[in-house]
Structure formats: structure tokens, C-alpha cells
Write a protein that binds this ligand. Structure first.
Ligand code: SF4
Length: 217
């Protein structure tokens, strides 16, 4: 600390020169552009909507991530908002019934721009174990989702991990999926007509397109 103070004093007196002065400036000056700064500020001041749908909500943001052990305040996102007009993140924590879907969509539409959505848990991402007429089989069917967090329920750590992925996306530097990272296009499993059925026409076409990606890479 003392040596830093002395160097600052030398710099102010004009005693630092040449290499020493350059190193001093390099250590203290950060160059960026406005978009990056805006992304950084946005990603560290998210206001989540106070909102829950089912059991995931008890594990998630309202009950676990705000507690001292997980402390979402570290990411500047502890200020849950009770009104969608003051929120820019909605965490779908639980199964989405057909009756709830239009209400959630309305809440999402009322939120501030730019806004983001995390689908937390198997139920909101895919219907989970509730493969029936009353539950929407994946929230992406009626609103855009930025990050999916798997699990039933996901651990609070997983929710926070999904949250940091969202932060990187907001900063304009999203993580690649594992298929992109390991060049594994073409390893997807496709929905088939039956246990040994052929892939649907759309699935077969998408599979061929993915194979071409590998060949051209
Ligand atoms: S994923 Fe599991 S914990 Fe979450 S809402 Fe569905 S059943 Fe409940």
C-alpha cells in the first residue's frame, strides 16, 4: 500500500518517466467502448421479478439464492421487484399450466426492455414429468427463453451458474454450448416415431445439415 502511495506521489510530481511511467499507466487505465460498458453495467444490476410457479420457486431465487449462503447480492441482483414494470428478469421456476401461460406472457410483455428470461428446472423447460394436457411442454412455446437450468429441482448453485451464463450473454460474450466447444455437431439424438422408428422428415433434414457443418469445419 505504502509503495503504491509513493509511486502515485512520484507520478504527480512528474518524477516517473519512460518504462516506469508506461507501466504505471497500463496498470491503472482500462480501455473499453460504450457498448461493453453498458453490457457490464446491465449484467451487474439485474432486477428479477418476484415470481414463482411451483416447487422450484422454493429452491430458487426467492428462498435460497437470496440467503447468506448463496447471496445473489454478489451479482447485484438481490432487489426483487414485485411489479413487472420494474423488473428485467423473469425466472420461470416450476411447471407452467396451460391456464398460467397467458398470464406469464402478459407479465413478460409488461417487463422493461431489454429483458431476459431463465427457465428453471425440468418442468418449465420441457414439461418435466408432467406429460399431460394441463401442462405446457416447454415455456419456449409461448415466450423467448435465454437460459435453461436443468434439474428437478436445480440446486441453488445451478441457478447461480445459469445466472452467470446470462450475465455473459448480456455482456455480448455468450458461452458456447458443449457441441460447439468440442465440434460435436451431428451427435444429436432425434425424436423418432417409435422406439425403433425412423426420424421425422424435419429431424432427418436437420441431422443432414448438422453433418454438413462437421464436414465443412
Ligand atoms: S422441476 Fe421438479 S422441483 Fe421444479 S417444478 Fe418441476 S417437479 Fe417441481
Amino acid at each position: 500500500m505504502r509503495s503504491r502511495q509513493l509511486r502515485a506521489r512520484d507520478m504527480l510530481r512528474g518524477d516517473l518517466e519512460g518504462e516506469e511511467l508506461e507501466r504505471y499507466v497500463e496498470e491503472r487505465v482500462v480501455m473499453t467502448n460504450f457498448d461493453k460498458m453498458l453490457g457490464w453495467a446491465r449484467s451487474n444490476s439485474i432486477f428479477p421479478l418476484t415470481f414463482g410457479l411451483a416447487c422450484c420457486a422454493i429452491e430458487g431465487i426467492p428462498m435460497a439464492a437470496v440467503t447468506a449462503r448463496y447471496d445473489i447480492a454478489r451479482f447485484g441482483a438481490e432487489a426483487g421487484r414485485a411489479s413487472p414494470r420494474q423488473a428485467d428478469l423473469i425466472i420461470l421456476s416450476g411447471r407452467v399450466s396451460i391456464k398460467m401461460a397467458p398470464i406469464i406472457r402478459r407479465l413478460y410483455d409488461q417487463m422493461l426492455e431489454p429483458k431476459w428470461a431463465i427457465s428453471m428446472g425440468a418442468c418449465s423447460s420441457s414439461g418435466g414429468m408432467f406429460s399431460n394436457y394441463a401442462v405446457v411442454q416447454g415455456a419456449e412455446k409461448f415466450m423467448p427463453i435465454d437460459v435453461h437450468v436443468p434439474g428437478c429441482p436445480p440446486r441453488p448453485e445451478a441457478v447461480l451458474y445459469g445466472f452467470t451464463k446470462l450475465q455473459r450473454k448480456i455482456q455480448g460474450n455468450p458461452d458456447q454450448g458443449w457441441r460447439a466447444r468440442y465440434g460435436a455437431h451431428g451427435t444429436e439424438e432425434w425424436a423418432r416415431g417409435g422406439p425403433r422408428g425412423e426420424p421425422s422428415a424435419e429431424a432427418a433434414k436437420a441431422y443432414l445439415a448438422a453433418r454438413e457443418l462437421i464436414v465443412s469445419a
